[in-house]
Design a protein around this ligand. Sequence first.
Ligand SMILES: C[S@@+](CC[C@H](N)C(=O)[O-])C[C@H]1O[C@@H](n2cnc3c(N)ncnc32)[C@H](O)[C@@H]1O
Length: 326
Amino acid sequence: MPLVELAGEDSAAEVARAYRGWARREARGRSAAYESLAESVAEDAALTEFVAGLPPGKRQPNLVFAAARYLLGTPPTVGPLRELVSQSRAELAQVILTRRTQTNEPARCAVLLPALAQLPPPLALIDVGASAGLTMLFDRYSYDYAGHRLAGRDPQAPTLRCEPRGPVPLPPHVPAITWRAGIDLNPLDVTSDDDVRWLSCLVWPGEGDRAQRLAAAIASARRDPPVVHRGDLLTGLPALAARAPADATLVVYHSSVLWYVAADQREQFASTVRGLNAAWLSSEPPGVVPGTSMPVPDDDQLCVVAHDGRPAALADSHGTWLQWLP
Ligand SMILES: C[S@@+](CC[C@H](N)C(=O)[O-])C[C@H]1O[C@@H](n2cnc3c(N)ncnc32)[C@H](O)[C@@H]1O
């Protein structure tokens, strides 16, 4: 089978519509460069035809643009992307087909930390959908909640800045963590230069200090790499939970993961977690964790932080602000 099939006119038109929608809904206000690139792709017959020839689950702009960046070495603009598609089509398709969007944002620790600190220490953590494990290193990072500062164990790890919107129960220190493990369908390895390169390609141009924060978190993770097991969150959790020490509070948590999973499987996951003797924390878009639908503004960047499936806070999906619910 060819890597990329020939696309019909209808699917190319669909791609153009999807890229225009993504430019306006997701990239606007976050990355002017990618907003403009997605609009340009939508206008370009060769590019929409290329994208339409990819399998449906591989057509997202963030995946295609990250793959182009991986090959080009810099964030793509429309000219180099067109050139790549005409001259290195198979190579580009190969990266798209073999890689996934596995953005790992350490700052998501800052929105989970206040809920985590309310649990009885010491803690044993299972990060579900851990990617490279950067959201497992709560105690290595330092935190700055608009002047409320907490020091981490690794002075060279990044300081995560998170704006509390209204009163937030901020902890006096990071709780003791005695054990941690991650699980992911496709763990990324912080000690692999290739995986690190892919992680950095997933950051969008113009996203402030995300690239520096990622690099500092990876450098810290490399000094003592977190363990992320290969497995599916639907089946692998009970065996991993059984390895946790009995004398610590087991916490199963995930951020920006469950929305990758079909709705009926989210219910199945929720019932698996509820069957474990564990606290359950999540930061996912509204309604993704069963029972967390809320009347909130239509905002692709908004997440609901939930404790045992009950909404506790609203937060930015990249960890920049946190608002506790009454
Ligand atoms: C967007 S990344 C988020 C990574 C990390 N939780 C964070 O907040 O930075 C989503 C991760 O979920 C993983 N994932 C998706 N479906 C999964 C499944 N069924 N089982 C395990 N991991 C899964 C992906 O491989 C990916 O690494």
